[in-house]
Design a protein around this ligand. Structure first.
Ligand code: PHE
Length: 450
């Protein structure tokens, strides 16, 4: 154990840490899920609520997971075990590992759709599509049997390959190139979308809140999306925090990760909604929203097929930097706690996550698989994002706020600088009271207790 500890890897620089954690955070959550959830939950009011959650709960919780990770230099299961040996506090750690596995199972399915779109656009099949054509293409593809399974398998294999090879070098290096590339491309798309004739109602829909559109369920959806998008509540940020040098500021890193992730999500909305209104695509169209809207935008651009291919490729890689963080959390647990080899853990758990994802892949039309009126894929997404992750975040906040010694928590938070003692007190208060209360109330509200 001592030896493993000494040899444990670290990010090479704080920039590397920021980009790796942002690589985990930025993914399908920002570009696929955020716009369709905004569309399904009434527009701008949902966006504002989401922003409030990021500031008051999200960024403080990234910081909290970093504190736990760097203090223990452990995976989530091991971290809780070390800080509270022999207690039930290991449960949030383990439930994080389970949540990571479940998210990976459907994440890879959707990422497979993205891969397939990257290749399709390369072959020119998206060229000149009108919105109806784009919708038909999407429905036909996801409703198939073998094609969605093939792309799901391919994406999972890539994830396993990178994680098995040992992750730090790869993640850090890839993130540094990829993240700026994706960002620039999204900006180009924002400009194209905003200059489409008839796009203005989309801007209003996205930016002018109507709070009467919010329900208890949409408040929970905003909370769940915040957790999902920031990779919170399952110990992913504990794992990544465990690789941060003690010389680096945790608060700056957490703040920048939160900022980058939120910016990408907001920009994705600014691509999708103006275009959706310009093309007459229903903003509440659900999980297909971006797969229908984007090809329609690309069809309206010079070199559209080239940009489409580049975009879906970058999105696939952004999804890959997220999926490896999901698998890595599971793998780190089995490597550290159960003495498995890294390769073995990656292949076994990646393989099982592929199998667990099959019902999600087929639930989009090939077979009629619904749970509580949701497709199997949406049901697993709902269970993890809206229940397991907020619950994990709640328990982590309670653990750090009430179970760990205050001096230890504040010392770790301040180590590496970037924050005054006063700011640290505010953060501690948010973690100890505001975050758990808010999450508790939102749960209570969503199950109709009020
Ligand atoms: N944050 C990632 C995204 O938005 C998904 C993810 C969730 C990754 C939880 C790791 C942990 O795409």
């Amino acid at each position: 154990m001592e030896l493993a500890q000494a040899a444990r890897s670290q990010w090479k620089s704080r920039l590397g840490a920021v980009l790796a954690a942002a690589g985990s955070a930025v993914g399908l959550g920002n570009i696929w899920k955020f716009p369709y959830l905004v569309g399904a939950n009434g527009g701008a009011a949902f966006v504002l609520l989401y922003l409030a959650f990021v500031l008051l709960i999200g960024i403080p919780l990234i910081m909290t997971e970093f504190v736990v990770g760097r203090k223990t230099t452990r995976n989530p299961g091991g971290a809780f075990r070390e800080l509270a040996p022999g207690t039930a506090w290991v449960i949030p750690g383990i439930s994080g590992v389970v949540a990571g596995f479940l998210i990976l199972s459907f994440y890879s399915v959707v990422a497979g759709w993205v891969l397939r779109y990257a290749v399709t656009s390369l072959l020119g099949a998206l060229s000149g599509l009108n919105p109806e054509g784009a919708a038909a293409l999407f429905t036909e593809f996801i409703g198939g049997t073998w094609a969605p399974l093939f792309w799901h398998l391919l994406f999972m294999a890539l994830t396993v390959y990178i994680v098995a090879a040992g992750v730090q070098e790869g993640i850090e290096k890839w993130s540094k190139i990829l993240m700026p590339g994706l960002f620039i491309l999204v900006i180009i798309l924002v400009i194209r979308s905003l200059t489409l004739p008839g796009s203005h109602p989309g801007i209003a829909y996205y930016l002018q809140p109507d709070f009467s559109a919010l329900t208890g369920k949409s408040v929970l959806a905003a909370l769940g999306q915040m957790f999902f998008s920031l990779s919170l509540g399952m110990g992913c940020m504990i794992t990544y925090g465990s690789y941060i040098s003690r010389q680096d500021s945790l608060v700056k890193t957490a703040g920048q990760v939160g900022l980058i992730d939120t910016l990408v999500a907001l920009l994705a909305g600014l691509v999708i909604f103006p275009a959706a209104f310009a093309f007459g695509i229903e903003p509440g169209a659900g999980p297909g929203l971006v797969f229908i809207t984007l090809p329609a935008i690309f069809a309206q651009m010079p070199l559209g097929q080239f940009f489409a291919c580049l975009f879906f490729l970058l999105l696939a890689i952004a999804a890959l930097t997220s999926s490896i963080s999901l698998l890595e959390t599971v793998v780190a647990y089995f490597v550290d706690e159960k003495d498995w080899g890294r390769r073995q853990a990656a292949v076994v758990w990646g393989g099982l996550a592929f199998l667990a994802g099959i019902p999600s892949a087929l639930s989009q039309g090939a077979v009629n698989l619904t749970v509580f009126g949701l497709s199997f894929l949406d049901a697993v997404d709902y269970l993890t994002s809206n229940i397991l992750l907020p619950l994990g975040g709640l328990l982590t906040a309670l653990f750090v706020g009430w179970r760990m010694r205050q001096e230890d928590v504040l010392a770790e938070a301040l180590q590496g600088g970037g924050m005054t003692t006063g700011m640290a007190q505010v953060w501690y208060f948010l973690v100890r009271t505001i975050a758990p209360l808010a999450i508790g109330l939102i749960f209570a509200n969503a199950i109709g207790l009020f």
